[in-house]
Design a protein around this ligand. Structure first.
Ligand code: DQA
Length: 148
């Protein structure tokens, strides 16, 4: 079974409440339920973690090294400036997919730059929370290819 760590960064626990015009109305719990359900349908074990604290996210990334085949991460605003998250992702040497619910390229200038993107396999951006489900499918493909 393929095992994935899915990490939500700061403020993503407020999905469904926060700026619904940008991030949609699905609640955080609903989104996680859909992720788990899709994971089960695809034969993936998905462990979901959320934190508003940079260091805890670094710890979760390091922890994934012990058990996960890949990491799906939406680092929230930390995307734009967290070198510690980037370094942790690079250190664990697992395939990483970066997800953003909103189209960060169509918003404020500071959101266009990701310090994480140079070390990820790819990004899924602007597809709403459906982007997480796309990421599951993409990651399964990436991990299966790497085992062939
Ligand atoms: C986000 C985009 C970031 O710029 C923002 O700070 C977030 C959410 C997204 O999913 O669209 O918290 O990562």
């Amino acid at each position: 079974m393929i095992r994935l760590s899915l990490i939500h960064g700061p403020n993503l626990n407020l999905l469904g409440i926060r700026e619904a015009d940008i991030y949609g109305t699905d609640s955080f719990d609903d989104i996680n339920r859909k992720i788990k359900q899709r994971g089960q349908e695809c034969g993936l074990e998905v462990r979901i973690f959320q934190s508003n604290h940079e260091g805890e996210i670094v710890d979760a990334i390091q922890d994934a090294r012990q058990w996960a085949d890949g990491i799906i991460i939406n680092p929230g605003a930390l995307t734009h400036y967290s070198y510690s998250i980037r370094d942790a992702l690079a250190a664990v040497r697992l395939p990483v997919i970066e997800v953003h619910v909103s189209n960060v390229h169509a918003r404020e200038e500071f959101r266009r730059h990701s310090v994480v993107s140079p070390i990820v396999v790819g990004q899924i951006v602007g597809m709403g929370t459906y982007g997480y489900l796309l990421a599951l499918d993409a990651m399964r493909h990436i991990v299966e290819q790497s085992h062939m």
